[in-house]
Design a protein around this ligand. Sequence first.
Ligand code: SF4
Length: 413
Amino acid sequence: MKIKIWIDEAGRWPWIGPVVACALSFNPENMPEKSFLSRVNDSKKLTEKKREILYEELIQMSLGENPQVFFGVWIADNFIIDEINIKQANREAMRRALIEIKRKIDVENISTVMIDGNDNYEFEELKKQPIFIIGWDGKIVEIWAASIIAKVFRDKLIVTYSSLYPDMWLENHKWYGTKKHREYLTDKSKVTGIHRVSYKPIKATIEKKEKLLLHICCGPDATVPIMDLKKEYDVVCFWYDPNIQPKPEHDKRVEAFKKVCEIEWVEYIIWEYDVWNFFKKIQWLEHTPEKWDKCTACYDMRLERSALEARKLWIQYWTSTLNTSPHKDLDKMFNLWEKWSIQETIDPKTKESLQDKLEFFKIAFRKNKWFERSVEYTKKHDIYRQNYCGCIYSDTFPGGKQQFLDKLKENKK
Ligand code: SF4
């Protein structure tokens, strides 16, 4: 008696779970009835219900003293797939399925092993290596039977997993690379123990960086923080500095900010120049010395707006380049961050209250040779470097505030 063995697999392409291989042979001395064979078809062309009926029948036919069907099944789970890659895991599942069927058939009786595909695996267990031909699964009833067993076996496993992962719709979708599954993988908390983590979309989800909103006060001060933070975070730079006067100076600094963001390839947002908000905030504090109350109000205004933006964008982490300059009071800044990380912010346009807790980064960017690095960067890329803090009340504001106010009056005329 000479027996041909046919091997097929299921689950090579999905992003989760095992690949399942089935090695199968009909018993030439006790062939299944024609009425059965005529109902067998390629597993992909059968309905789920028909596949399951045929699967149960094949199992029944493999039992007893003189079975009509011999088969062996083996799985290579997602951990094996991640370790040795899907092609080798598929080979391993097929090799083990072969070992299983060899328990039921005398090795001397095996004439040929045939596999659909072009993988050209070799198995040390066989004297004669398998024959690989593409497209057999459309013609050979044994391949169809092997594919039914492999597919139903795998589907049953996946349905079992669905009770563990109810929000992954495993009963209906076997997790092929669809748009729906790509959208499901919003962050690494969605990656489960059954995902194939070596697959690109899963790997990308795991390695995805958390977003961080970085408030920027000027181009030169943005350089080092952006370079350092983007190694670990997906940085979104935010410009809100209506404290800068006059407007052309503000715009010049915005251009420097944009240039740094574009060189560093980071996302940026520029908020409006509502300079009257600044004057309103520092009203009656104008003549306090630099670093004192007017500056605290100025930082506070910018940090409040940045916290609001982080909440609106659902970004949990935030910080600011305000703590770059040694001319700023770091403790005051950290206290304000603490305050806006827990205090609700109100959207001035929609009046919506946003309360999510934010995590601020207590980093003193002024350390680690930031100044030398920043100077080197701005020289190299020709980034505008300002020579006064920002407002007309800055100690080093050119020409003094009176000159600015006179000009402002002239422009209004
Ligand atoms: S001196 Fe600088 S920090 Fe202080 S209020 Fe003016 S712009 Fe703001």
